[in-house]
Structures are given as C-alpha cells and as structure tokens.
Design a protein around this ligand. Structure first.
Ligand SMILES: NC(=O)c1ccc[n+]([C@@H]2O[C@H](COP(=O)([O-])OP(=O)(O)OC[C@H]3O[C@@H](n4cnc5c(N)ncnc54)[C@H](OP(=O)(O)O)[C@@H]3O)[C@@H](O)[C@H]2O)c1
Length: 319
C-alpha cells in the first residue's frame, strides 16, 4: 500500500511518517517546503511539492497512491491562511482524492466539535468531516485531544524559566496523548477494515487538570510555578475565545483550547473500548508522567553537559 501523508513535517505528521516507514509502507509526503522537509527524505520518504493553498498542486501528488493520511492544519503563526488551508485546501484535497480513486482517507479532526462550532477552525473541521463522508471515499476520522508535545511549551518551560503559567478557575480535565501513540492508531486503522467509515474520539488513558500537570513539572524540575488564574467567565467573553483556536498564540487562546478539549463525559471508559477495537494494549500507551520524566532527564543531562563544557573551557583559559 502506498501512502500520501499531508502535514508530514508537523508534530503528529512526522510520527505518522516514521512509523509508516518502519512498517514498510511506501511513503510519499506532500510538502510545501522541500528544504524544511529534508529530514523526512533522510528517513526514507519520497517528497513531492504540494501546497493546500494552491489546489492545482494536489492531484499530481496522488498518482499511484492508495491511502491518504491528513495531519495538516494551518500553522498557529499563520492564522491568516486558516480558511485557505483548513477549508478551501481540504475541500480540494478531498475532491482530488475522489478523482484519484483513493481507497482510504484518514482525517485528523478535533474533539468536541459540535459544542464549539462558533470557533472557525472547529466549524471548518466539522464541515470537512461532512464533505469527506459525502465524497464516498472510505474514511476514518480521528477526533483528537491535546498532544503531550504541546505541554512542554505550556508548562515545563515556563516553570524552568520562572515565567507565569495561566490557568482557568475550572477543573477542566483533558486526556492528552503522545503523538507517537496517535500515529499508531492512524496506521493500525489501515489494517482494520472494520474501522472504515467510522469516527473515533481519541485521547489518552487519563484526564489531567492543569494543577496536576503543574505539580508534576514542579516535582521533576525541582522549581515552583508562578500560577495566575483567569476566571472562565472572562475567558468566555474574550474575543480571542470566539475568534481563534490553536494554542501557543497567547494565553486566552491556549486556555480556550483547554476548554474545548475538556472531557466531562466518561471519556476514559470509551478510550479503553477504543483500544480494544484497535487491538492496542493500554499498557503500550505512553503515560504523561513517563513522557515528562524522560523530558526532564534529557534536559537536565544536557544542562549538566553544557555546564561541564563551560568548566572545561574555563580551565583551558586558566591554563
Ligand atoms: N496540536 C494539538 O494538540 C491538536 C489537538 C487536536 C487536534 N489536532 C489536529 O491534529 C492535526 C495535526 O496537528 P499538529 O499539531 O501536528 O499540526 P502542526 O504541527 O501545526 O503541523 C501542521 C502541518 O500542516 C502543514 N501545512 C500547513 N499549511 C500547509 C499548506 N498550505 N500546504 C501543505 N501543508 C501545510 C505544515 O507544513 P509546514 O511544516 O510547511 O508548516 C505541517 O506539516 C491537525 O489536523 C490538528 O488540527 C491537533
């Protein structure tokens, strides 16, 4: 089976590429910047130029392809292109896939779309889900929760750099997940016909509230956090909450993102059922504690090495 991966340079996409190559798939990546994607070529993927904002570049990328995994989205620093990428571009992609008789389309969507259709990206994702179903291309949709990878910038780094961390006054629980595990689900679905034409809500095994993540980072980093709270009522009337969706932009966007991905409704139970469908043992799933532990160990080792090099340099100067 030959795969086209869209968004292969992204946080999730790169894990999908790596695992697909490891599993022996023929992997092609649609990329808009060939130089930036060199690492994917070094891993063994074929690179082909394509840009979702230029629909005419899409059909040639699909020649000889059996299945498409779409893990692309407009970059948070590039919000002006959100409609061009996440709406016009995705419609063009789905139409091109239909013309090319693609046998499977895996679409990465987001949790709780219906409750937040006032947020443009959520509305677009919901619309693309509908277009995909209407296209009659055999599909699998994953509605994803937050990624562990985003938590480093949100919690670990501010604690280490003694910067404030903003949280809401609600105990919002999010079942974050490692992108390596999400990639596992995406690829497994290609081998499981019963996952065709289905939508799955995918999250990690445990819901985490901000205060728990902060405590974990404080313990591992050996430093206290500066916590600032914003009442949820204020967040909800802020224009950013209504206008944007992606974290990393600013505080209210990030908090809005957490509110969107909250898991009030027995999510963990449905997640465990999901693991059964995909024949994935929950023990294999990386836990947030372990993810952070590995991060802090690597970071502290690096800091020790840098410190060691500095001492050596100073010694050399003295000599
Ligand atoms: N991050 C989360 O916590 C989260 C939560 C729920 C759902 N999701 C969804 O999961 C998916 C993956 O998210 P992510 O965080 O891994 O995304 P990401 O790191 O922001 O990566 C986005 C990818 O899309 C590509 N892209 C952007 N504009 C493009 C264009 N015009 N043409 C072609 N490719 C383009 C980027 O390429 P460049 O490298 O060239 O920019 C990059 O490869 C997305 O659908 C996202 O909405 C994410």
């Amino acid at each position: 089976m030959s795969l086209l991966i869209v968004g292969g340079t992204g946080t999730l996409g790169r894990q999908v590429v790596l695992q697909a190559l490891t599993k022996g798939y023929q992997v092609r990546c649609l990329v808009r910047n060939l130089r930036k994607a060199t690492f994917l070529k070094e891993w063994g993927a074929e690179l082909v130029y394509g840009d979702l904002t230029s629909p005419e570049t899409i059909p040639p990328c699909l020649r000889g392809i059996t299945a498409v995994i779409d893990a692309s989205t407009s970059r948070p620093y590039d919000l002006s292109t959100i409609k061009q990428v996440d709406w016009d571009g995705k419609i063009a992609l789905v139409e091109a896939c239909k013309m090319a008789n693609i046998q499977r389309f895996i679409f990465c969507s987001a949790l709780n779309l219906e409750q937040f259709s006032n947020i443009p990206l959520m509305e677009m994702k919901q619309g693309i889900e509908i277009k995909l179903k209407e296209s009659k291309i055999p599909y699998t949709i994953f509605r994803l929760s937050g990624f562990y990878q985003g938590l480093i910038e949100q919690y670990a780094i501010p604690i280490l750099e003694d910067l404030p961390i903003w949280i809401t006054n609600e105990n919002t629980s999010v079942s974050y997940m490692d992108t390596q595990d999400i990639a596992k689900f995406c690829l497994r679905s290609l081998q499981l016909p019963k996952t065709t034409n289905k939508t799955f809500l995918l999250g990690g095994p445990k819901g985490w509230v901000s205060s728990e993540i902060i405590k974990l980072c404080e313990q591992l980093g050996g430093q206290s956090a500066q916590i600032k709270q914003i009442p949820l009522s204020i967040l909800k009337i802020s224009s950013n909450f209504l206008g944007f969706f992606e974290w990393g932009q600013n505080i209210s966007d990030r908090l809005a993102f957490i509110e969107i991905l909250n898991v009030e409704n027995n999510f963990s139970k449905s997640t465990i059922d999901l693991y059964k469908i995909f024949k994935i043992d929950p023990v294999e799933i990386v836990k947030l504690d372990d993810y952070f532990l590995e991060y802090f160990i690597r970071l502290l080792k690096r800091l020790r090495d840098i410190n060691f090099e500095d001492v050596q340099k100073q010694k050399n100067l003295i000599i």
